[in-house]
Design a binder for this molecule. Structure first.
Ligand code: ZN
Ligand code: ZN
Length: 702
């Protein structure tokens, strides 16, 4: 911002002069006196300056330019054009300064239409080529994303100054044409034009976004070789480049060398660098050390926790942020919503939704999708739908999130219905949309419908199916009992089947009890993922179900010999915003005694309706939670008992579980839903089970 060469007038003083001017109707006020006033106003109070300006009968070109410039830098840049029209109307001569200011206004608006008119006018008046006008033209075309026009102006320039090069390189960076930005910089070097800190910051930003570490390192040398001023902006651009190109070490070296010069942006870049590197603890150390924090600092740290699967930490830091009086931005809210979704923390998620509504925050398509995802993953499809219907702006993201949410809950028909509405609304689906559509077909047993969508995906939308889509198709065939077709499908796949594909086939074998196919799938699986305990357990369960106990023993021994660690199973439940976790077996818990009595009561009441614990082969059907004596104390049973104690009658109970639900727990939960007249919503590793009045939405296929 240029320094105002005129002493600022106090507000009252200025008003007095202005009042006097209006009262005395001094339209011929000596321009020398008015100039000072006008210039001062143009910096402090543009509306007054405009009023004052309108009193002048024959303003000079200089004063017109002053007002145009003030408008061009204001929040209403296009008002500059009323002055421009007045100049044309009153035949006030335009000069080479008028045009750059007008073009700046077009760049800020941004308005390509107005910009083009000015370009034509400048050409007509013979003011182009002129280095000031041309630089402003490039800036205007750059901001309106017409980079080819900008480049044409650049190429046709008779003389170029450093601003010309910087503007064109900056235009490419703004338009995300990073390679072109780097290439133009290389040409600048060939033509022996030395860049300054603006050049360096632009090129570094291009390197960061293009992940061009080689060029980025080269820029670091360039700064030294050409004595470019190493200010805080240059330092921050270097840190950001190294961080985004994945060189944490270099980022640290620059940061350490900036001891005196660091600002909040330097710290933020460094926090992001650690987050990106997955060193979340180091990021936190730095975050705690920061002398000052802004909303970006908080957001980076919260997003870091959410991405690194530390949802509790993300939520607790979000609360700290609110207590510190920092208003969360959209990125922070989206991150914390994804943490709530991970954790199944519905109350926490709802409180963020309340915050959004209370503060009148606009629900963009990104925030909307995050809310829908949170509600769906926390087990409340109804609330997800409410958000979806209220969204004013619906691009592919909310549609896709809602479709996947419905699929996850096994609402196959409404999922496919929603997909048709999406197509009717002319929103183009993406790969993830189709994962939802295909898995909905799979859960609903709609084989033909599934194949139809699988074909349309590439034929109508040009989306090549990826491994997830093939996985859905194998699952679709497998669930429908078409195991031979599923194997044929795998044989003909153009991509190499991964563990997900064989896992889907193995899962289908469990449902349909096909030992032969299961053995084959398991062989591939164990080869691909020799340390995944769940695979061994699944095949051992299939042998057990077929009463092939020798094989069961063999698999168990193999696991033992290979030292395969089993992921512990755990379940959790959120009541009044507090998340309680349970692992298998009985544990110390403030309500341990109550939970135990509740489990005894459940046992008795279920016995009355004919339940018998499944003690034979299903003993093994408990994936990693395989302590046989502990069947009674499986983590989800503990969580359900805890839920029954701590919620009002008829309230739905929502449980999350990190593994697949076992057969016995599934049966018990179905009976509880009937005997206790409760809706129970259980999220396992793959999907949701809605237990209502003695049956489950998965129709016992999961
Ligand atoms: Zn269980
Ligand atoms: Zn179920």
């Amino acid at each position: 911002m240029p320094k105002n060469p005129f002493p600022p007038l106090t507000h009252i003083h200025s008003k007095q002069i202005h009042a006097h001017l209006i009262k005395s109707n001094q339209t011929h006020y000596p321009s020398s006196s008015i100039t000072n006033l006008l210039l001062s106003y143009s910096f402090h109070n543009l509306p007054y300056a405009s009023k004052l300006f309108s009193l002048l009968q024959n303003p000079s070109t200089f004063l017109c330019n002053t007002i145009i410039r003030a408008h061009s830098n204001s929040s209403t840049p296009l008002l500059a054009f009323s002055t421009y029209k007045q100049m044309l109307h009153s035949s006030i001569p335009l000069n080479t300064y008028t045009f750059p200011f007008l073009l700046n206004a077009c760049a800020h608006a941004p308005s390509l239409t107005q910009g083009r008119c000015i370009h034509a006018q400048a050409f007509k008046l013979g003011l182009h080529p002129n280095v000031f006008v041309d630089n402003a033209l490039m800036q205007m075309y750059g901001r309106t994303c017409e980079l080819d026009f900008a480049r044409q102006v650049f190429d046709e320039m008779l003389e170029r100054d450093l601003v010309s090069w910087n503007t064109m390189i900056g235009g490419y960076v703004y338009g995300e044409n990073f390679d072109k930005a780097i290439r133009l910089f290389e040409r600048m070097r060939e033509e022996k034009v030395t860049g300054n800190e603006v050049t360096v910051v632009n090129v570094l930003s291009a390197c960061a976004r293009a992940k061009d570490l080689r060029m980025g390192r080269h820029m670091n040398e360039y700064i030294r070789a050409y004595d470019v001023e190493f200010n805080v902006i240059v330092g921050n651009a270097l840190i950001d480049m190294y961080a985004k190109c994945g060189s944490l070490e270099d980022a640290c070296a620059v940061f350490d060398g900036m001891l005196e010069k660091r600002d909040v942006f330097s710290w933020n870049s460094m926090v992001s660098a650690y987050v990106r590197h997955g060193s979340i603890e180091m990021a936190r150390v730095l975050f705690d050390e920061m002398p000052e924090r802004n909303v970006v600092s908080w957001t980076s740290m919260i997003a870091g926790y959410a991405q690194n699967k530390q949802p509790e930490a993300a939520i607790s830091l979000f609360k700290e942020m609110q207590l510190a009086g920092v208003k969360p931005d959209e990125v922070a809210m989206v991150s914390v919503l994804s943490a709530c979704a991970d954790l199944g923390a519905l109350d926490q998620g709802r409180s963020i939704h309340v915050h959004v509504s209370k503060n009148g925050i606009r629900v963009s398509s990104i925030l909307g999708a995050a809310l829908i995802d949170m509600y769906a993953k926390c087990g409340s499809v109804e609330e997800a739908f409410k958000v979806f219907h209220r969204l004013s702006e619906r691009d592919v993201n909310p549609w896709t999130t809602m479709i996947n949410g419905l699929a996850m809950h096994g609402h196959g028909e409404s999922c496919l219905g929603l997909f048709s509405s999406m197509e009717r609304s002319n929103t183009k689906p993406n790969q993830i949309t189709f994962v939802g559509v295909l898995s909905a077909c799979s859960h609903t047993g709609l084989v033909d419908e599934g194949f139809r969508h699988f074909c349309r995906m590439s034929e109508v939308y040009g989306i090549e199916p990826c491994i997830e889509h093939y996985g859905c198709m194998v699952d679709l065939l497998g669930r429908a009992g078409l195991l031979t077709e599923a194997q044929d499908f795998i044989e003909k796949m153009p991509i190499k089947p991964n563990a997900g594909i064989w896992g889907a086939l193995l899962g289908a074998c469990r449902i349909h009890g096909n030992v032969g196919v299961a053995e084959r799938a398991a062989r591939f699986l164990i080869e691909l993922e020799p340390h995944h305990g769940g695979r061994y357990v699944l095949i051992s369960n299939i042998y057990a179900a077929a009463n092939r106990w020798d094989e069961v023993t063999k698999v168990r021994k193999m696991m033992k010999d290979r030292g395969i660690e089993k992921a512990p199973g755990w379940s959790w439940i959120e009541i009044d915003g507090v998340v309680s976790q349970f692992i298998v077996g009985f544990q110390s818990h403030p309500q341990a005694e109550e939970i135990k009595s509740m489990l005894d009561e459940i046992g008795m009441r279920l016995k009355e309706v004919g339940y018998e614990p499944q003690t034979t082969h299903t003993l093994f059907d408990i994936e990693e939670e395989e302590k046989e004596h502990a069947l009674y104390y499986h983590s989800e049973k503990l969580a359900i008992a805890f839920g029954l104690i701590n919620t009002k009658p008829k309230m739905p109970i929502r449980i999350m579980k990190n593994l697949r639900v076992c057969g016995d727990c599934h049966t018990v939960t179905k009976l509880i839903s009937k005997v206790y007249d409760r809706v129970l919503i259980v999220r396992d590793r793959n999907r949701f089970h809605h237990f209502v009045n003695g049956s489950c939405s998965c129709k016992d296929y999961w």
